[in-house]
Ligand binder design. Structure first.
Ligand code: 1CP
Length: 343
């Protein structure tokens, strides 16, 4: 069952005349129905932890646009919270967490196996979705990659250059490595449970991979992804994994092979023709339309969409944006993008 789903075909390496499409942050504030459900939930974390409402916002973009995949509605910062960090969201600013700055902070965290107590509502959201999604729609689960999650746990917030995480790495390597290891173990446990609940694909978001250079990229972007993917493949050999080492630049080349991922997601700084030659020959690629086209629309949106479809037409491709759609996007532009792909 489900083997002819377009997303799964692409992830098995099939080239398709019309690429399947979904969008990062497709359930989000640009949609009036999302804003209404979010208001009903009261706040962002209540939305994440109320399975009926999280499932509802996951389904909204599927109903409106008929995307080929739905992505579980949750957040990468739920894992730090499940490990014992404090997490809250400041309206108009973003997430805040208690910080980990030394060995004592690391040892105060809960063991990786303890995360399920906090995260069980997320698994219930996955179960609801696997019952209610249209038969041809693929359900994608996700987690943050260890480096990206660590940057938030160390700084307590999003940072432009991930400075506090780089500083801890330089000054207290043992604590830093211990944190990466704890997040890696928790991520394996978390994604395994999402798969057991019904996720058909999982995606690892390494949004800040681009600030890792040289050997650090191998140690903190490649190696944890490889370990997570190997552990998941061991338990669930048929579940494909999408890796997103955002802003990895030339390190996109070889990432599929080095990590065992089935697909690499490309941000919008990567040239599509370069990626078709250097990345797509190793496997499926996903991406890479600049999300600003969802705000500006017009003829550029259509020509850029067609250019990307054309560039990747010689191999397996899942159409997506290079990063999440922004709250100021026009919902009509999303339909124009889909029409340009399927048209
Ligand atoms: O006010 C709101 O409604 C909150 C906005 C929002 C949303 C819609 C946040 C806060 N998280 C989410 C959902 C979310 N986050 C999803 C759901 C599924 C979907 O794509 O539709 C996913 C996959 C994420 C992943 C996520 N959260 C990432 C990785 C991807 C990326 O965008 O780079 C990151 C870095 C986060 C942290 C986070 N959560 C929310 C915000 C505003 C941020 C970024 C904070 C920062 O760096 O300052």
């Amino acid at each position: 069952m489900g083997n002819d789903k377009t997303i799964l075909k692409a992830l098995r390496g099939e080239t398709q005349a019309v690429p399947p499409v979904w969008m990062m942050r497709q359930a989000g504030r640009y949609l009036p129905e999302y804003r209404a459900t979010r208001a009903q939930a009261g706040d962002f974390l209540s939305l994440c932890y109320t399975p009926e409402l999280a499932a509802e916002v996951t389904l909204q973009p599927i109903r409106r646009y008929g995307f080929d995949a739905a992505i579980l509605f949750a957040d990468i910062l739920l894992v730090p919270q499940a490990l014992g960090a404090e997490l809250w969201f400041v309206t108009g600013e973003g997430p805040r967490l208690s910080t980990i700055t030394d060995a004592a902070g690391l040892s105060a965290l809960k063991p990786a196996e303890a995360i399920h107590e906090t995260l069980s509502p997320v698994y219930e959201t996955v179960r609801i979705l696997s019952r209610t999604l249209p038969k041809h729609t693929t359900l994608i689960g996700f987690a943050g990659a260890p480096w990206t999650v660590a940057t938030y746990m160390i700084a307590g917030r999003g940072t432009p250059d991930q400075g506090p995480a780089h500083a801890l790495k330089a000054e207290d390597r043992a604590t830093f490595n211990g944190l990466i290891e704890r997040i890696t173990d928790a991520t394996i446990a978390y994604l395994s449970m999402q798969i057991e609940a019904g996720a058909e694909v999982v995606k690892l978001f390494d949004s800040w991979a681009g600030s890792l250079r040289g050997e650090d990229f191998d140690t903190y972007a490649v190696a944890p992804a490889r370990r997570i993917i190997a552990a998941l493949k061991d338990r669930h050999p048929d579940i494909p994994v999408i890796a997103f080492p955002r802003e990895a630049k030339d390190r996109y080349e070889g990432f599929t092979r080095a990590t065992g991922a089935d697909c690499v997601a490309l941000d919008n700084s990567v040239d599509a023709d370069w990626a078709a030659t250097h990345v797509q020959r190793e496997g499926c690629v996903q991406g890479n339309l600049d999300p600003r086209h969802m705000v500006t629309g017009g003829p550029d949106l259509v020509s850029e969409t067609r250019r990307i479809v054309e560039a990747f037409s010689g191999g397996p491709h899942i159409f997506n944006l290079g990063h999440g759609i922004t709250p100021d996007a026009d919902p009509d532009n999303v339909q124009k993008m889909i029409d340009a792909i399927r048209g």
